[in-house]
Design a protein around this ligand. Structure first.
Ligand code: GSH
Length: 230
């Protein structure tokens, strides 16, 4: 059976959504990153990058959420346009990579500098807040004229989007960003209403991940800080 190493953060949740949409059986294996479980030798044999998600699909092993989405889409011939020469496939690849290389990293750094970094952080926070807004605005504009991100049909790009868009208030430090970005909210609400998302709620309650961001969690998730200690 397909093994899925996960926690409840945005990148694993995209893959959880795809697995639930496909309806393939899978074994969820929790990796508690606040306890440092991503750094064990056993997990690094699965993902040398020491992050979730990763999968093992009956011997086919992958890590990195967007690679996994693409693999599963191609493998099952669902939620991706299959003709490699088509405009639809080109748009799917373009927006998937935009999320992988833009939305994810800039949103992640916006969260880090807003909620976790020590002072002084004004320069870094301004940069990542600006870039996070800029990237989300590009998606909001795209969704003003397209029902889904890759065009006419719901697919893996929308799932990659869903992983992150739920956290936009936290990413941008704004209670109600939706007045500014109504099209993001429109697609978020539509995806949230899908039965696959309801099934993910069941997965979310299956394992009690550590909630505290204490010294152990900071050491595990931000190992670079150890270099600053005299
Ligand atoms: N590019 C990777 C990023 C994975 C990633 O950053 N995962 C986070 C959760 S969303 C994680 O494992 N963080 C724990 C850590 O950095 O120690 C992907 O898309 O899968």
């Amino acid at each position: 059976m397909l093994k899925f190493w996960y926690n409840l953060a945005p990148n694993p949740m995209k893959v959880a959504l795809m697995l639930e949409e496909l309806g393939v059986p899978y074994e969820p294996i929790p990796v508690d990153t606040r306890k440092g479980e991503q750094h064990t030798d056993a997990f690094k044999a699965v993902n040398p990058n020491a992050k979730v998600p990763a999968i093992d699909d009956d011997g086919v092993r992958l890590f990195d959420s967007n690679a996994i989405l693409l693999y599963l889409g191609d493998r099952h011939g669902r939620f991706v346009p299959t003709d490699p020469a088509s405009q639809a496939r080109a748009e799917m690849l373009t927006w998937l990579m935009f999320i992988a290389s833009g939305i994810g990293p800039y949103s992640g750094q916006s969260v880090h500098f807003r909620h976790a970094a020590p002072e002084p952080k004004a320069y870094a926070l301004n940069r990542y807040d600006f870039e996070a807004h800029r990237h989300w605005k590009i998606l909001d504009d795209r969704l003003a004229t397209n029902r889904y991100l890759a065009g006419g049909e719901y697919g893996i790009v929308d799932m990659a989007f869903w992983g992150w868009v739920r956290l936009v208030p936290y990413v941008l430090g704004v209670e109600n960003p939706w007045t500014q970005y109504p099209n993001l909210k429109r697609l978020l609400d539509e995806i949230n209403a899908r039965p696959a998302v309801a099934r993910i709620e069941a997965l979310r309650t299956r394992h009690a991940f550590k909630a505290e961001m204490d010294a152990e969690a900071f050491r595990a998730m931000f190992p670079q800080n150890e270099r600053l200690k005299g």
